[in-house]
Ligand binder design. Sequence first.
Ligand code: CP
Length: 322
Amino acid sequence: MNAIQLDKNGRLKHFLGIEGLKRELLLEILDNAAFFAGLGEQIIKKIPLLNGKTIINLFFEPSTRTRTTFELAAKRLSADILNFNISASSTSKGETLIDMLHNLEAMHCDMFVVRHDQAGAAHFIAQHVSPHISIVNAGDGRHEHPTQAMLDMFTIRKHKGDFTQLRVAIVGDILHSRVARSEIHALNTLGVAEVRVVGPKTLIPKNIQPLGVKVFHNLREGLKDVDVIIMLRLQKERMQSALLPSEHEYFQYYGLTEEDVDVAHPDAIVMHPGPINRGVEIASSVADGGRSVILQQVSNGIAVRMAIMAMTLGAMNKEFRF
Ligand code: CP
């Protein structure tokens, strides 16, 4: 994986997944994101860092947060970005994915941001495009969603500082979640004290323990004394219809209520990558409550994606920052 993501100098060329990346690199992304977030706080909305670069959002699956924050991030770095409309493209006339990519490459673009329902799609594309093009994975099947994991790490660091003392619980449909996979890799690489996954047996992969997690099937046992609660929705689009749980029953056992949050550390924060399903995995009073940092996650996505775009396009260096 590293061989694909890093250039010969060990710098990010593509951003395809968290697995295999070193702690120093994750911290560098977080530091660069903090720099961009700081500019935003000074109301410096736009800088010319990626002036002349062209980025194409290639989203084969729906998105509210990821696509929009990539677009805003690119615009704040002065890149040209376009949202390619897959459903209106000539793929419906038999054009293959590779032919489509080569035609888009011929328009002199520098980066594709790719979301796809197939695990490995971003890696596949990275191996088939011209060497000057960078690929950023915006979610591939149930495999990884690395920029979501990094914006979540940014949010956790902002609230908690040091990672090493933290207990983090990821709750819900772990089996179908690309966010959970990326977060488990990121949290362990950043050295958190304990990563827990909490959910029904049917929604936790059987072979997950080697990833460095503790498994809980009882919600309150899993939440006891944790510093961070990350809720996940039921990813029905990746489930066989016969296996869909009853939402009402699911909420009874795994829906996060204020009483459940009370068993966590008194300063625990509640996170969710979105979209949230109120009354299924989380009560509205928690999603909108004082512990929730869900909308902060969305805001932080802009600075984190600015950092990842700038780094993969080779525009980020210490001279620029200081
Ligand atoms: N968190 C996330 O990936 O949201 P979207 O599907 O709306 O992009």
